[in-house]
Every structure is written in C-alpha cells, then in structure tokens.
Design a protein. Structure first.
Length: 119
C-alpha cells in the first residue's frame, strides 16, 4: 500500500524557516518524482516544487524560487521541502504527492501538514 506522511508543519514568524519531511512507503521511491503542493485558505491547490528522486533534478514554482529547496539527500524514501525566508502568504496546508509526470499527474497524496507564518 502506497503511503505518504508529511510532518514538520508549525507556526513561524515571517523570515523564519521550516523543513518538511515526507516519509514514503509501499513503492520504489527512486522510480518516481515527488511533488509538493500547497493549498492556502480559500484558494485552490498550488504546485510548489518537485524532485526527480533518481537523478536529483529539482523544479520550483516562481513564487518560491530562491527561498524553497528540496535538499539533495532524498534517500531512505523521504523527501524534504526546506522553506526559508517564509512570508505570511506562504501560510497553507502543504502536501507531498507521488508524481507520475506530465498528463498522468499526481496519483497518491499525503494528509498534509499545516504551515502558518504570522507575527
């Protein structure tokens, strides 16, 4: 059974940092891309970032480039989203998802972890 479990969400002040782990099980981790998607209150889902766990290539949405990264160590079936210089607009429920790439989309999602950026 495919399972994705996010953690690490918290309330932080503007300018702070958080690292979100996503523990994966039930499939060969290195055979799939992994994506991070967020949903802010009252808004639709927004793709944030993705990693090719096989070769380490990473991809980022424009609003987070330069502030969010997916660290290179995606071993042990865990993906991470490192978020720096957080802004109130980054407040959202953050999900990791298995990414089939292209039109096939995201087939399995975690339950999400809440990130709140507020002073």
């Amino acid at each position: 059974e495919v399972q994705l479990v996010e953690s690490g969400g918290n309330m932080v002040q503007p300018g702070g940092s958080l690292r979100l782990p996503c523990a994966a099980s039930g499939f060969t981790f290195s055979s799939y891309d992994m994506s991070w998607v967020r949903q802010a209150p009252g808004k639709g889902p927004e793709w944030v970032s993705a990693v090719n766990t096989g070769d380490g290539s990473t991809y980022y949405a424009d609003p987070v480039k330069g502030r969010f990264t997916i660290p290179g160590d995606n071993t042990k079936s865990t993906s991470y989203l490192q978020m720096n210089s957080l802004e109130p607009e980054n407040t959202a429920l953050y999900y990791c998802a298995r990414d089939l790439v292209g039109a096939a989309g995201l087939d399995y999602w975690g339950q999400g972890t809440q990130v709140t950026v507020s002073s």
